[in-house]
Design a protein around this ligand. Structure first.
Ligand code: ADP
Ligand code: MG
Length: 535
């Protein structure tokens, strides 16, 4: 595309290779974009809420992902359409900022687009729609602030945090043991949280998974986990107050770098050689013992002779530990990585309260737990599950729960879930609409209608009559002035979300509305789509 000027100085656009390009303008462009956006949103709509469906996605190389997480579904869906990609971005940014609410934000954006289409058909200019949406989203966000509740917790009373994480987990496959997982997530966050600065560094929480066992066996480890075992089966399985030598040198006699040949023609020569080699190993083990190490973690291997000797001299060892893990162990235990035996000193040893090896099931699977480390608050969540897909989905669900707990520590305001917050906002936005004299009024009302689509989707997914349920809840909210009424998805007998303990974080909800509005505004402002292939 190029911009040129005619002889009167009027600009015009030249489209190169016109025949191979397609172009959509004006209302057609907007409609095409809107239908692309809503198509993506419709896919996610059925995944929303505690009774939401899961999606199975197959990658080109045959890997299967089963998930309920909006961001993951969109990420793996391989969307071609540009507007569809915007929706993917939308969900991703919710994931980056907040971590939870990735499905809800797309459903909301889809509903806004659908409403916008109706307004455009009535002849309202897209810019006016966009402006109306902007005003409405501001009203809704302010309203959320008003209906939010402060939510008290402290290091000794973590129950409220657990409740909120349970809401997040209730919409996932792992629903079955949400109590367990929520507790683990909260404890992990509390272990690394800085409550004074109200900050949590989620990098300190490592999430590991291993196929086998059941979901209930998932555990929180105050320390790190290494997928290795002791080099000799007769070495002790448990070491208390371990002093760890972290080595990047092998337990081997040195190899001369030049070509060499050893001629052995007599028994005596052979025996000297043997003795020499043994002395090398002896010295190495002695050096470790001298500085007081009670465990050796080695990046390289060692042969059977060394292994036997280590066992004999009662110095447990772990071999073939990867570089990354080695570094992690060094950081956590406050030790130094030692590249040569000569450099080993007592200060360079890492310290851990307990190192133990644990076996799983009937297989020879063993893992090494390094706990109560000297220096670090790093924790590991160790997930067990029947298959790889389950573990992957559990990782994603735990991530959501960790984010929710972190958000609450940063800002302890909450709103009620199950669509209660949306319905309340919808009522507020609807009544505020009358104050605007211009055309924006229609857009503001449309925003209110779009807000209703979240509880409607929740009701639909739970097998309820969506319109009837929504209107009943809405009138109840107005009549009782109770902003906690939502959709009773689990058929618990009450639609007061306070009693059901269904909360969401205020910042998460606010972010959903803001992000959805931004994307929809952007889509509405596109009035010319020029592409080189079929659009
Ligand atoms: P997202 O990826 O947007 O978090 P979810 O599938 O986790 O999507 O669904 C979240 C929605 O489900 C929220 O609106 C939340 O309020 C609602 N929800 C979660 N648990 C319940 C419940 N027990 N009863 C009613 N609504 C619930
Ligand atoms: Mg969620």
């Amino acid at each position: 595309m190029a911009l040129a000027f005619d002889e009167y100085g009027r600009p015009f656009i030249i489209l190169r290779e016109q025949e191979s390009k397609s172009r959509l303008r004006g209302l057609d462009a907007q409609k095409a974009n809107i239908s692309a956006g809503t198509a993506v949103a419709r896919i996610l709509r059925t995944s929303l809420g505690p009774k939401g469906m899961d999606k199975m996605l197959q990658s080109p190389d045959g890997d299967i992902t089963i998930t309920n997480d909006g961001a993951t579904i969109l990420e793996q869906m391989d969307v071609d359409n540009q507007i569809g990609k915007l929706m993917v971005e939308l969900s991703r940014s919710q994931d980056y900022e907040i971590g939870d609410g990735t499905t809800g934000v797309v459903v909301m954006a889809g509903a806004l687009l659908q409403q916008a289409e109706r307004l455009l058909e009535r002849g309202i200019h897209p810019i006016r729609v966009a402006e109306g949406y902007e005003i409405a989203s501001k009203i809704a966000v302010d309203h959320l602030q008003q209906i939010s509740h402060k939510f008290e917790f402290n290091a000794t009373n973590i129950e409220p945090l657990v409740q909120t994480c349970m809401t997040t987990l209730s919409s996932k496959i792992v629903n079955r043991c949400k109590r367990n997982l929520a507790e683990i997530a909260v404890k992990a966050v509390m272990a690394v949280a800085d409550l004074e600065r109200k900050d949590v560094n989620l990098d300190l929480i490592k999430v590991e998974g291993k196929v086998g066992g059941k979901l209930e066996d998932t555990e929180l480890i105050y320390g790190i986990l290494v997928d290795k075992d002791m080099s000799h089966p007769q070495m002790p399985k448990q070491i208390e107050n371990a002093k760890i030598a972290i080595l990047t040198c092998p337990f081997e006699p040195p190899k001369p770098k030049t070509k060499h040949k050893v001629d052995i023609d007599t028994v005596e020569k052979f025996q000297t050689l043997r003795k020499q080699e043994k002395k090398y190993f002896d010295d190495m083990v002695q050096q470790c013992k001298d500085v007081g190490a009670t465990l050796v973690i080695c990046q390289w291997g060692f042969d059977d002779e060394a292994n036997h000797l280590l066992m004999h001299r009662n110095l447990p060892a772990v071999r073939w530990v990867g570089g990354v893990e080695l570094e992690l162990i060094a950081i956590a235990t406050g030790g130094r990585i030692v590249p040569r035996f000569q450099e080993l000193t007592a200060e360079k040893l890492g310290k851990a309260g307990l190192v133990r090896e644990k076996a799983f099931g009937t297989t020879k699977d063993r893992m090494l737990y390094i706990e109560h480390c000297a220096n670090s608050r790093a924790v590991t969540i160790f997930i067990r599950g029947g298959n790889k897909m389950m573990i992957e989905e559990t990782k994603r669900s735990i991530h959501d729960a960790l984010c929710v707990a972190r958000n609450l520590i940063r800002n302890n305001s909450i709103v009620y879930g199950g669509g209660a917050a949306e319905i309340s906002c919808s009522i507020a936005v609807e009544s505020a609409a009358d104050k605007y004299p211009g055309v924006e009024q229609y857009a503001i009302r449309a925003f209110a209608d779009a807000l209703d689509s979240v509880p409607m989707a929740l009701a639909e997914n739970s097998g309820l009559q969506s319109i009837e349920t929504l209107s009943a809840v809405k009138s109840q909210q107005i009549k009782e002035k109770n902003t906690c009424c939502g959709i009773d998805c689990n058929d618990a007998g009450t639609n007061d979300m306070r009693e059901q303990n269904v909360f969401e974080t205020l910042i998460g909800k606010q972010q959903q509305l803001l992000l959805a509005t931004q994307v929809v505004k952007m889509i509405l402002k596109i009035d010319d789509v020029i592409s080189s292939t079929e659009y």
